[in-house]
Design a protein around this ligand. Structure first.
Ligand SMILES: Nc1nc2c(ncn2[C@@H]2O[C@H](COP(=O)(O)OP(=O)(O)OP(=O)(O)O)[C@@H](O)[C@H]2O)c(=O)[nH]1
Length: 249
């Protein structure tokens, strides 16, 4: 039996809509040499490549499964050379951010604060926030999810930033997650970062919590449960908070 013509039209429309689904855009920001290109290539190809052209600023496209769903990623690997010209444009382009530093470099760690400030300033999706200490204040913050990532933990002897400092900073800056990784030695953890970012982005677009509840965690919220503490002791290089994961999405 042939299908009625309007039925096939409907199928066609559905396919067209599906094709138009926008890519999930991730910008990776951080000082030069922290491992942004290495992270990008590791996620896309599962390979670790030692040297990259530091002047190249590139968008990579790839389709990856996230929890059984195909997601079109666009990943912008930023280059410091272009930063001053393009930072605002890059930030406005992205849906979500990975802020990266090297645990062996305190400057790169501090640079993340400046970059987060710029994300909050330029990001297209912002919402007003009133400080509890001063209810009359009007501050706008970015609602785009940001994950803070400390890289190069394999360089044990060169470590300058502790896990706790990273975790605290992530909380203070309003990041949705914090990871410590070694791009050169880990692969699953890298995939987890991108998966978490996508899931958090999706859940913040279609929140399952009431509007009055915030996805952005504050200092006060930033204590880990004893279960998390156990996890951190077992796997020091791990994420310690992620609202999406906690809400079971
Ligand atoms: N030991 C170690 N080296 C790493 C790791 N990740 C990256 N590297 C090295 O760090 C150097 C810088 O890595 P890149 O990925 O080029 O860093 P980047 O942030 O993209 O740097 P720019 O392109 O200059 O902005 C390279 O020599 C990498 O091989 C890691 O986890 N461990």
């Amino acid at each position: 039996m042939s299908l009625p013509s309007n039925n096939s039209k409907y199928t066609l429309k559905k396919i067209t809509l599906r094709q138009k689904q926008r890519c999930f855009r991730v910008a990776i920001l951080g000082q030069n040499g922290v491992g942004k290109s290495a992270l990008t290539v590791r996620f896309l190809t599962r390979r670790f490549i030692g040297e990259y052209d530091s002047t190249l600023e590139q968008v990579y496209r790839s389709n990856k499964p996230v929890h059984g769903r195909d997601v079109d990623f666009e990943i912008l690997d930023t280059a410091i050379e272009h930063e001053n010209n393009c930072m605002e444009e890059n930030i406005r382009w992205a849906d979500a951010f990975i802020l990266m530093y090297s645990v062996t470099d305190m400057c790169s760690f501090n640079e993340c604060c400046r970059l987060k400030f710029l994300i909050n300033s330029y990001c297209k999706k912002r919402r007003p926030l009133r400080m509890t200490s001063d209810p009359s204040s009007k501050v706008t913050i970015s609602t785009a999810p940001v994950i803070l990532v400390g890289n190069q933990i394999d360089k044990i002897r060169d470590r300058m930033v502790t896990f706790d400092e990273g975790r605290r900073r992530a909380c203070e800056m309003g990041c949705v997650g914090f990871y410590e990784v070694s791009v050169s030695e880990m692969i699953d953890r890298i995939t987890e970062i991108f998966d978490d970012l996508y899931i958090t982005f999706k859940s913040s677009k279609h929140p399952r919590v009431k509007k009055s509840q915030s996805f952005i965690r504050t200092n006060k919220d930033c204590h880990s449960s004893s279960e998390e503490d156990d996890q951190i002791k077992k796997h020091p290089e791990t994420t310690i908070f992620n609202p999406a994961r906690r809400s079971g999405i």
